[in-house]
Design a protein around this ligand. Structure first.
Ligand code: 23J
Ligand code: MN
Length: 261
């Protein structure tokens, strides 16, 4: 297939519905759960606030509009390398300077939903990724890797989503070694369905928050609070997830989509 017929074929497939667009984004609003960090880590990010400007009333007779108060790292969102101290000196490391090719790429989806249901502190290991590759094929350079856990089904409330007790939050994520392994394969991004790209227990890991520390050190990206990964195949989908072009932004809410056949 030549390059023109690839897009012609895609356009026809979108029109006929044989290629489908899956929304892998969680609803964004005042009820959206946000990360909670304990005081030793510093400040927290606020909840979304929506401020009315007008609603077809004396403040704007024929129109409705709002302005929103929004943290960069809120809801389904993109982590830029500048988010982490390890990524702060890279070229093109902010939401406005990242190359847009990174926002559209093939995606691998590692289903560990059974494991995460059985163990809320489930950690994805190198061996588990190698098992997945033996079944589905190698993870290729330039692709995204997402872990499906079905954790998005807990995203309706902060309590179930953060899942914290006196020992801190309990949610699945990657080991540091798993991220190192994925980086050795040349991936451009790591994403999951939990509030951040790391496990609830990640503050106590070496290094702390390894998905953030290691991905951003490598000038690579993250996606957090993804939804509906149970609708994606292990391989073969195309991820589309572009942050707002915030000048100097460390991250941004996104409308994350996947193209599937
Ligand atoms: C700051 C500190 C720790 C974490 C995070 C932010 C996030 O999850 C985020 O949204 O980037 S874990
Ligand atoms: Mn983030």
């Amino acid at each position: 297939m030549n390059d023109m017929s690839v897009l012609g074929g895609l356009g026809a497939a979108l029109l006929s519905g044989s290629v489908k667009v899956v929304d892998i984004t969680a609803p964004l609003g005042p009820e959206t759960p946000v990360l909670y960090l304990p005081p030793q880590f510093g400040k927290n990010t606020p909840n979304v606030k929506v401020h009315k400007i007008s609603a077809y009333d004396q403040d704007g007779p024929f129109w409705a509009w709002n302005w929103i108060e929004l943290g960069e790292h809120t809801g389904t969102h993109f982590d830029a390398p500048s988010h982490w101290i390890t990524g702060k000196d890279h070229e093109g490391n902010t939401t406005d300077t990242i190359k847009p090719q990174n926002f559209v790429a093939p995606v691998n989806v590692i289903d560990r939903s059974k494991e995460a249901a059985a163990d809320h502190d489930y950690l994805l290991t190198v061996d588990s990724i190698k098992d997945w590759e033996a079944e589905h094929g190698e993870i290729e350079a330039g692709t995204w890797v997402l872990m499906r856990t079905d954790w998005y089904k807990r995203n309706g409330s902060t309590e179930t989503f953060l899942n914290a007790d006196e020992n801190g939050p309990h949610s699945p994520g990657p080991t540091a070694e798993a991220i190192e392994y994925l980086l050795s394969k040349g991936i451009i991004g790591w994403g999951q369905e939990t509030v951040g790209t790391d496990a609830g227990s990640a503050g106590g890991m070496t290094p702390p928050f390894p998905a953030h520390n290691l991905m951003h050190k490598a000038n690579k990206f993250g996606l957090a609070s993804l939804s509906n990964l149970d609708q994606l195949p292990a391989k073969g989908a195309i991820l589309i997830a572009a942050p707002l072009k915030f000048v100097g932004g460390t991250g941004s809410p996104v409308r994350a989509l996947a193209l599937i056949v």
